[in-house]
Design a protein around this ligand. Structure first.
Ligand SMILES: O=P(O)(O)OC[C@H]1O[C@H](OP(=O)(O)OP(=O)(O)O)[C@H](O)[C@@H]1O
Ligand SMILES: Nc1nc2[nH]cnc2c(=O)[nH]1
Length: 184
């Protein structure tokens, strides 16, 4: 989808496709270096992280394996409920594995905090996090995140995997919604 196909739904483009591509190349080089000589398992958090996972994995030089978890705390709204539900668990046992959680966004941090505790209890050899986006002003918990693409303002964003009521995930950039979309 091109930026000119936005129609009236989007207010602004916050991060362009080119900026995302360049950032993922940069993060991939750091991740390659950090896991040199180790077998890395990428754990993508569905559904939002699909685009980051696909593009980050292809930017890595090291061979990796991938698995997916689906959790939800947002439903169809724009505020985290704080209650995390597992919709799909991992297929593999991560005990003794080097695990990198791949996220699209850390907002309140409640989802990631819960994930770190849940996956941490499965005794991985290491457990770290890479996220494309983070909202420092929205944090409700303090989490140490190794790799962050962009710190963004505390606004609800869509695109590049992120949805509003399941729409806009296929935008190739990250943008903000026009207010009328919320009130319609
Ligand atoms: O830091 P938090 O406030 O917890 O928010 C971050 C979470 O919200 C989004 O998932 P969402 O629950 O919207 O599900 P989705 O990925 O299927 O859209 C995103 O993918 C993160 O997992
Ligand atoms: N689409 C979308 N999902 C989120 N989940 C947590 N924060 C956000 C956000 O800003 N946009």
């Amino acid at each position: 989808m091109r930026e000119t196909d936005l129609g009236a739904d989007l207010e602004s483009v916050l991060i362009t496709k080119e900026e995302i591509d360049a950032k993922l190349e940069e993060l991939a080089a750091k991740i390659d270096a950090a896991y040199a000589g180790k077998e890395l398992l990428l754990v993508g958090v569905l559904k939002g992280a699909v685009m980051v996972m696909a593009d980050l994995a292809r930017a890595l030089s090291s061979p990796v394996t991938m698995d997916w978890m689906a959790v939800s705390s947002y439903g169809a709204g724009t505020q985290s409920s704080g209650v995390v539900r597992i919709l799909k668990d991992l297929d593999v046992d991560i005990k003794g594995r080097h695990v990198l959680i791949v996220e699209d966004i850390i907002d309140s941090g409640l989802t990631l905090s819960w994930l770190l505790s849940n996956l941490g209890s499965r005794e991985p050899a290491s457990l770290r996090v890479c996220t494309l986006l983070r909202k420092p002003d929205a944090a409700k918990v303090d989490i140490d995140v190794e790799w962050v693409g962009f710190d963004i303002p505390n606004e609800f964003v869509v695109g590049y995997g992120l949805d509003y009521a399941e729409k806009y995930r296929n935008l190739p950039f990250v943008g903000t919604l026009a207010p009328h979309v919320y009130s319609d």
